[in-house]
Write a protein that binds this ligand. Structure first.
Ligand code: ZN
Ligand code: ZN
Length: 664
């Protein structure tokens, strides 16, 4: 029995106004629902004020709760006075049973019974159509309702967001501001998220900043959820400083906010800061328990700088907190071990998993790939398919990358052709980039160029970048010029492309062209990314930069390197100075290559690591030819295993040889 306080004369049109005041709660027991009986009585000034809900309504509601939607709909057709709650449950049932056709029946019935302007049900309908993947029907409901409360706007924003229509959210958000509907925390969240899911990112950063200003103006700067979404938005735009400013200004932070900031640093190439924020988070409060998202970011940060010992500590922590049954955490753990150079531990984690999803398989494939074990990677790929797991587009990126690092040209071609034919996966730009890399590295540059010619989609910077990289390995000036012409148009501010072309000219001793490229670089105000190598010594991570002046041991390192190089030269080491972009004399070039960050890290490791301990280094760029031959030489000369991960892969240096077989 419901008690409904109806005014003496109730016009149907006044219904939304009544609900307006009691709307905020969606919990059915908190407010009185008008029944359709009210509408029927509305023409009668002597309407009774106490209305009973018919037995049919109760029956329909209980059928809905039991999931017997068809029977409920049957009864509905015989019920002259369905209530709002009945419709609410019917809408829920249609959503749960994923039935669009039944949804239309309910919607039609609801309109016939005069509930088409009910904001509560409109919100429910919009949510339902959104869940049923029919954003156009959600839009119709939104368009038809006359009195939109904030809840309806938010429901529609959610529907648009879920279907990836971020730009529409932003233009509606503007419209909403224009007509003076105040936003709430949900509105801000949807609007901020829409800035990053949209395609044209650059123009939308500006929109994001505008929403940031609205948020401050309306006093939401203390709202944890909104401010965390802001951190996330700036992180996705790569605006690390903005994210950090918002984060630092937050008076209250929860685990989600900390995780967002850690992820921001980890994903934007600042792993040391990610680990530092994690440390601060742990110090902040004992109650602050990291979740799986935090742990994945922290493991990614360890992997980025090959911080194996730190990674092992994190592994222990994950076990203690019982996070070791969460698939993304285990996959990240596996990748961390492999990327820190300990493939065996990575494999052990993989083999101990009792359940594997496509992400875990992909992690294992790419772990083998980065260690140059192409055949193993292909084996795992085949095993995955045998186990009935469908390869994802990323599986192919990983396995094609593995072929490329191991020079498995025929296998790579076979896998590439099998993508559509056997697995129904259509090649994307990333796959073409892998193929161009595979062929290019194997000095099949013409074939690589032909693949680009035949592409059905725009090649984009990844593909041209692969070609340019291969031209650098095989010193092909003509194709390099062609690739860089495209790259300069597509990525006018990427200094790396100019540097690569300059390298190729320098290799070919075309000094006038080298000068021209350098001028271009300067004119655009671009800076070459400077080399940086990380090394972990006694559980601490040290970053060494080319021409580093800040390291307190720097003089000792330089003196040590000079001594080593002089002794090694007597044993037959010849510095490869043609990697230097300048037309200088040999002595000066030798001095420059001796200052490369990777050599500084090797020397730092030899000075500070215990005897016999493997030296593990990570470098942010590709290893140059001279650092490669220097490290090969030193591994024999100093009788030391040295493990270097450059931007592409691992190099295991031992006894004067490298695991890559000089193919990198
Ligand atoms: Zn070097
Ligand atoms: Zn190597």
């Amino acid at each position: 029995m419901f008690q409904l306080q109806t005014p003496q004369i109730l016009q149907p049109i006044s219904l939304p106004t009544i609900l307006f005041h009691c709307y905020p709660s969606t919990r059915s027991s908190h407010y009185h629902r008008p029944t359709s009986v009210a509408f029927h009585c509305s023409t009668n000034a002597t309407a009774t004020t106490t209305l009973s809900v018919t037995n049919n309504n109760h029956l329909i509601q209980s059928l809905c709760k039991k999931g017997q939607l068809k029977q409920a709909l049957n009864l509905l057709s015989h019920e002259p006075n369905p209530t709002q709650h009945t419709y609410e449950l019917l809408i829920l049932a249609c959503t749960h049973q994923n039935s669009l056709s039944d949804a239309f029946i309910v919607q039609r019935d609801l309109i016939e019974n005069g509930f088409d302007q009910d904001p509560f049900l409109a919100t429910k309908l919009i949510n339902m159509f959104s869940e049923l993947d029919s954003v156009e029907h959600a839009r119709q409901v939104f368009d038809k309702i006359n009195h939109r409360t904030i809840y309806i706007w938010n429901a529609f924003f959610r529907a648009l967001s879920l279907s990836g229509r971020g730009e529409e959210v932003l233009s509606l958000y503007r419209e909403m501001n224009r007509i003076g509907v105040p936003s709430d925390r949900f509105t801000y969240t949807y609007a901020l998220k829409s800035c990053v899911v949209s395609e044209s990112q650059l123009s939308l950063l500006w929109r994001g900043k505008e929403i940031h200003a609205h948020i401050l103006r309306h006093g939401y700067e203390k709202h944890v959820h909104i401010m965390t979404t802001l951190v996330d938005m700036y992180a996705k735009f790569g605006c690390v400083e903005n994210a950090s400013c918002v984060f630092c200004a937050m008076p209250v932070k929860n685990v989600v906010s900390w995780s967002a900031m850690i992820a921001c640093y980890a994903k934007n190439g600042r792993p040391l800061e990610a680990l530092e924020v994690f440390r601060e988070m742990m110090l902040e409060s004992e109650d602050m328990l990291p979740n799986s998202v935090t742990m994945v970011s922290v493991l990614q940060a360890c992997a980025a700088i090959a911080a194996l010992e730190q990674g092992k500590l994190i592994h222990g922590y994950i076990l203690r907190k019982g996070l070791d049954s969460i698939l993304p955490v285990i996959s990240a753990l596996m990748t961390m071990y492999a990327r820190c150079g300990d493939l065996e531990l990575g494999k052990r984690v993989f083999f101990l998993m009792d359940k594997r999803d496509v992400i875990s398989w992909n992690s294992m494939i790419s772990s083998y790939a980065i260690h140059g074990l192409g055949e193993k990677a292909i084996e795992v790929f085949r095993e995955m398919v045998r186990c009935g797991v469908s390869p994802s587009p990323i599986s192919f990126v990983s396995v094609l990358g593995a072929c490329s690092h191991s020079g498995l040209v025929e296998e790579g071609k076979y896998l590439f052709h099998s993508m559509v034919k056997e697995h129904g996966v259509y090649p994307r730009v990333e796959h073409y980039a892998c193929m161009v890399d595979l062929l290019g590295r194997a000095n099949l540059l013409e074939e690589a160029a032909n693949i680009i010619e035949d592409m059905q989609i725009e090649p984009g910077p990844k593909v041209w970048g692969s070609l340019l990289g291969s031209c650098r390995i095989h010193c092909n000036v003509e194709l390099a010029e062609k690739a860089s012409k495209h790259l300069f148009e597509l990525e006018p501010t990427n200094a790396g492309n100019y540097v690569l072309l300059g390298d190729i000219y320098a290799q070919a001793k075309m000094w006038e062209e080298v000068k021209r490229v350098k001028k271009l670089l300067e004119a655009k105000g671009l800076q070459k990314v400077s080399g940086c190598s990380w090394i972990e010594v006694k559980k601490k991570i040290y970053a060494l930069k080319s021409m580093d002046e800040l390291n307190p041991q720097i003089e000792q390192i330089h003196a040590f390197l000079l001594k080593l190089s002089t002794e090694m030269k007597e044993e037959g080491y010849v510095p490869e100075t043609n990697v230097v972009l300048y037309d200088l004399n040999n002595e000066e070039k030798e001095r420059i290559v001796l200052g490369h960050s990777e050599k500084l890290a090797v020397a730092f490791g030899l000075i500070n690591c215990s005897k016999g301990e493997t030296i593990r280094i990570t470098k942010n760029l590709r290893l140059c030819e001279d650092c490669h031959s220097f490290t090969k030489f030193i591994s024999k000369f100093a009788n030391r295993d040295i493990l270097v991960r450059d931007i592409n892969r691992f190099h295991h240096f031992r006894d004067g040889e490298c695991s890559c077989g000089d193919y990198w």
